[in-house]
Design a protein around this ligand. Sequence first.
Ligand SMILES: Cc1ncc(COP(=O)(O)O)c(C=O)c1O
Length: 370
Amino acid sequence: MEIKELNTSPRVLMGPGPSDMHPRVYKALATPMIGHLDPEFVTIMNEVKTMVQATFKTQNNLTFVVSAPGSAGMETCLVNLLEPGDEALICIHGVFGGRMADIAERCGAKVHKVEQEWGKPIDPQQVKAALENCDPKIVAIVHAETSTGVKQPLEEISKMVHDKGALLVVDAVTSYCGTELEVDKWGIDAIYSGTQKCLSAPPGLSPVSFSDRAVEVLRNRKTKVQSWFLDLSLVMNYWAGAKRAYHHTAPISQVFALREAYRLVLEEGLENRFRRHYETHLLLKEGLEELGFRYLVDEKYRLPMLNSVFLPEGLDEEPLRKLMLEKYNIEVGGGLGAFAGKLWRIGLMGHSCDANHVNMLLSALRKEMK
Ligand SMILES: Cc1ncc(COP(=O)(O)O)c(C=O)c1O
């Protein structure tokens, strides 16, 4: 079998991630290789850490990038904070809350669940009621549920969690760098994200951060973390130790690319970036509604970067989605879990979030829906 030179189609990425990347990020990705303990790479890691802190809006010292995708960020938070027998309260209003509960169970935790109908946010009163009946070490919740397009308000829940003496763990894979997120101000104790969404860097890395309260919990562990690779007590000597010790070989090229993606975010400014995401979402919404699409989520809780929409009556989602990809090179996402085959998830993330992308999709749809 002859394997030809790699030659992928020029896709326009408007699904739930990955998103398109800026030419400067591609250029950084092609930077010649250096060693992962090279003093120059150590400087780059320090620079990246500073930019993770700035974008998470945190002073947390234990802030770095896990060398694996968002799911590994999720595992990093849970396997380090939970020990067998601990109680954990997991909020589930879509696929990713369910994944957190699965991981927490695998840690040997006694998992309590707060569940909400998909497409709606968790009501703080649900958390309040659940906290009256358990004594969790952590409460975990998804800020931007990519399976539904719901933006979850966090501040009121954060206060309840802390009043109960628990830690708040937040999934910000999709919201990070696309909508308001305040790690310190909102009292988030452990947070993880991904690089392939509103950051528009290559997939495969996960920025994380832990509050001092969370670090205290880590220090007081009685058992070893089950995962060697994700054990923070070991990883940290690599990311933040006074003398960088080998832990694993970092995905160096991806870190180069991530550094450039962060530089782009900070050049634009977080507030401007959030505004761009919101305004582009409004543009898309107007065009989609004219065509007869209908949003799943109530306007108040809609994510700008993840638009979950039902197709107009009589239109089959899969053939039209396939046509968008094959004829127009435009990728949009189908439904996940309970919404598989029922709706589209249209992403407007990072470098994929502008009027050109919206116009490309809308004009292709107008042509095919005539
Ligand atoms: C909310 C949320 N959490 C976690 C993940 C897992 O991230 P990854 O696919 O990078 O492992 C995703 C991925 O889409 C996500 O949207």
